[in-house]
Write a protein that binds this ligand. Structure first.
Ligand code: NAD
Ligand code: ZN
Ligand code: ZN
Length: 405
């Protein structure tokens, strides 16, 4: 089959690899009909995620049609159309039983290195380094889905692939980011990052009762998409973000702050961000936590800092003094996707949200390597890329303007 494989920094290839096989009776194999490129894939592309091996198949936002099921699978049948959560969960351990699927203790068997780095280990993830199980990813023609009777959710034929694909990750992630904010109605939420994850966080914050959303980025079409959802926007290259948020909140700060940027904060965004970049390049630091620092300073006393942007290691100069003295609450996670699926699928069916608003590029799988670069560099108005194996190569790549939903 064809699959996108990692071969080093900025080196993703579309290659022929062996087809996946059923390895365990609970497995299923799906024929991928659509998959997407995520900001988390960009951390791999940028070489910031350790323990990748040359030839690893990447991708963790995937859906398709079941073509084979293992003998112990109780839920899926050949022909079912399913979306696959990026977190692999057993459904039976302490964490899964409590809804913390991304903390599953059974799906990341070779976890010594992860435990050494993080003190303990999280669940296995598709296409995301050998720290999280080294599972083959879903930017491919076929995908082996372990614990297939736990994770995948069947989707109705009345909804298109584009409408349901983001249930695999970015819709639940944005929703979780807003849910962490503990909104009761009427709050002001500041959201850093208007990438696909930030866009879902903005819309989810409004759905959960926020009165105002202040969205921060610098990419014009992403800011425009945020405004289309009703957010006020700030360009971090144009204004001082701290001053602007204090002014907008009469000196109090935002009720909740969501970091939807993570480890690759723009180095142009501050002097500290440049220092972070230098430390990263000289192996003196692992991440660029500029946004997290700003989110802490911009949060009101006893507010919530919700971290959904991914970090990897040991973060420098985090103003914990500000957080303890002002009573902030921190929430963060790799999303326990399974926990959100039924509710969010229902919201799509009821028309409360149409996740297609974020898509700008739809192309065949073979265009993946080129589109990783386009997405990373935010060229060509790119907000979200969907890849469709087998899509007949159109005269030019299919591209749609972001919908002003
Ligand atoms: N927690 C989870 O389970 C989970 C799931 C999916 C993605 N993520 C993470 O969410 C983050 C965002 O993903 P994405 O797909 O939207 O990626 P993306 O790279 O498209 O978006 C990041 C955005 O942040 C903006 N940005 C950079 N520096 C900034 C700054 N200083 N202030 C404000 N904005 C800034 C960029 O311009 C960009 O638009 C990534 O870190 C990704 O790994 C986490
Ligand atoms: Zn993702
Ligand atoms: Zn489990």
């Amino acid at each position: 089959m064809k699959a996108l494989t990692w071969h080093g920094k900025a080196d993703i290839r579309c290659e022929e690899v062996p087809d996946p096989k059923i390895e365990h009776p609970q497995d299923a194999i799906i024929k991928v009909t659509a998959c997407a490129i995520c900001g988390s894939d960009l951390h791999i592309y940028g070489g910031f995620i350790p323990e990748m091996k040359s030839g690893d198949i990447v991708g963790h936002e995937t859906m398709g049609e079941v073509v084979e099921v293992g003998s112990a699978n109780k839920k899926l049948k050949v022909g079912d159309r399913v979306v696959v959560p990026f977190t692999i969960a057993c459904g039976e351990c302490f964490f899964c039983k409590n809804g913390y699927y991304s903390g599953c203790e059974r799906t990341n068997p070779d976890h010594k290195k992860a435990s050494l780095l993080w003190g303990n280990y999280p669940a296995g993830l598709f296409g995301y380094s050998h720290l999280t199980g080294g599972y083959a990813g879903g930017q491919a023609e076929y995908l082996r889905v372990p614990y297939a009777d736990v994770g995948p959710i069947k989707v109705p034929d009345s909804l298109s692939d584009e409408q349901v694909l983001f249930l695999s990750d970015i819709f639940p992630t944005g929703y979780m980011g807003a849910e962490f904010c503990n909104l009761k109605g009427g709050e002001t939420v500041a959201i850093w990052g208007c990438g696909p994850v930030g866009q879902f966080a903005i819309r989810s914050a409004f759905l959960l009762g926020a009165e105002r959303v202040i969205a921060i980025d610098t990419v014009p079409e992403r800011l425009e998409l945020a405004r289309a959802a009703g957010a006020e926007t700030l360009d971090f290259l144009e204004v001082d973000i701290y001053d602007a948020i204090m002014e907008k909140t009469k000196g109090r700060g935002a009720d909740a702050c969501i970091d939807a940027v993570g480890t690759e904060a723009d180095t142009g965004s501050s002097f500290m961000a440049k220092i972070d970049r230098i430390k990263q390049a000289t192996f003196m630091g692992t991440d660029r936590p500029h946004v997290l620092r700003q989110a802490i300073h911009c949060c009101r006393n006893f507010g919530v800092v919700s971290v959904i942007g991914v970090y990897g290691g040991f973060l420098d100069k985090i103003p914990l003094g500000s957080a303890i003295n002002r009573g902030l609450t921190f929430r963060m996670a790799q999303t326990p996707v399974q926990r959100y699926l039924p509710k969010l699928l229902q919201m799509i069916e009821q028309g409360k949200i149409d996740p297609t608003f974020v898509i700008t590029h739809i192309a065949p799988l073979e265009k993946g390597p080129e589109l990783y670069k386009t997405f990373r560099d935010k060229q060509d108005g790119c907000v979200k890329v969907v890849l469709k194996p087998g899509l007949k190569e159109a005269p030019s790549m299919i591209k749609q303007e972001p919908a002003h939903a």
